[in-house]
Design a protein around this ligand. Structure first.
Ligand code: GLN
Length: 304
């Protein structure tokens, strides 16, 4: 398969394509990014790296961090974890409150904000130094200790976190949050403010393409069985109320963030990350989805 030629074609198609998407502005610091940035990085298990654009530039990973948080929580806890958060698609926006009231404070899945806040609460109870341990985990799976948070993004989101605070208050009232609301909010916003490039995210996501093992040194980060489950949740819940559309168009498990990144994998084959800050109305990168759709169409392979 000539991946470089396929990426060249995707790059050419993107340059001719207009996006109607908008950069996220509810976190004011995110609105400062250049909307035209585009990066793509494909990391193949057998044949190395293919990329174009700003594949090496760091951006705010936002909700892509939810996959790493779930990975850490699943490596610490067994199936009990899923008493506090379900594994069903929500069909609702990422920051929605409505379902939570009906379902008595148990979020539909770990990739909507409510579910990720429960995972943050679990990690705070389990880890000695949650922020440091979380960042150490990212350093471990990327072999890169220079990855950090963007403190401006962190502060900016903290000032406007009314919805996430509301989700936490509601879940606390139902007895599904153990720690202080402020502490959980702070840790959740911290993990969202981590910055990584497409290249670094593809390296981190390689564990999901490679049965839970790092490609660089074969360390087993998560069991193959738990990795399979995370991939299943990415497939069904990774794009909020657009998870069906992403499956329909792209056909790979993946996770998006409001920073405009999408990280995705083809089990046993590759990990791939795309980045363009302009989001569609569901909060997913419009051109990012287009590029991934073209990848699975031009290669002729998806998981389906
Ligand atoms: N930090 C963002 C929030 O909680 C993450 C949302 C996202 O990337 N979808 O609103």
């Amino acid at each position: 398969m000539d991946y470089q030629q396929i990426l060249n074609q995707i790059e050419a198609e993107l340059s001719a394509k207009k996006s109607t998407g908008k950069v996220a502005s509810y976190i004011p610091e995110l609105a400062k990014i250049d909307p035209e940035k585009f990066g793509m990085h494909l990391h193949c298990i057998n044949s190395g790296h293919y990329y174009f654009g700003s594949n090496n530039e760091r951006f705010s990973i936002q909700s892509i961090s939810k996959v790493f948080a779930l990975t850490q929580a699943m490596s610490l806890l067994g199936d009990d974890l899923f008493k506090r958060v379900d594994v069903e698609p929500s069909g609702n926006p990422f920051n929605s409150l409505v379902q939570l009231e009906y379902e008595r404070g148990v979020p539909r899945n770990p990739f909507i904000n409510a579910g990720a806040l429960v995972i943050s609460d679990i990690l705070i109870s389990q880890l000695k130094n949650p922020k440091k341990d979380f960042l150490d985990f990212i350093h471990q799976i990327t072999d890169d200790k220079s990855i950090e948070i963007n403190t401006h993004v962190f502060k900016s989101e903290k000032e406007y976190s009314y919805r996430n605070a509301a989700l936490l208050n509601l879940m606390k009232a139902f007895g599904n949050i153990e720690n202080d609301i402020e502490t959980v909010l702070d840790f959740y916003i911290y993990q969202c403010a981590i910055e990584m490039s497409c290249k670094e995210l593809s390296k981190a996501f390689m564990i999901y393409a490679n049965q839970g093992k790092k490609l660089s040194d074969n360390t087993q980060i998560l069991s193959a069985q738990k990795t399979k489950r995370i991939n299943a949740i990415m497939q069904t819940c990774g794009f909020y109320d657009e998870a069906g559309e992403f499956s329909f168009r792209v056909g790979l498990p993946g996770k998006s963030g409001v920073g405009g990144g999408i990280a995705s994998i083809h089990p046993g084959q590759y990990s791939v990350t795309v980045w363009n800050p302009k989001l569609n109305p569901k909060g997913n990168s419009e051109l990012g989805m287009f590029a991934l759709e073209r990848l699975t169409t031009l290669t002729g392979y998806s998981i389906f």
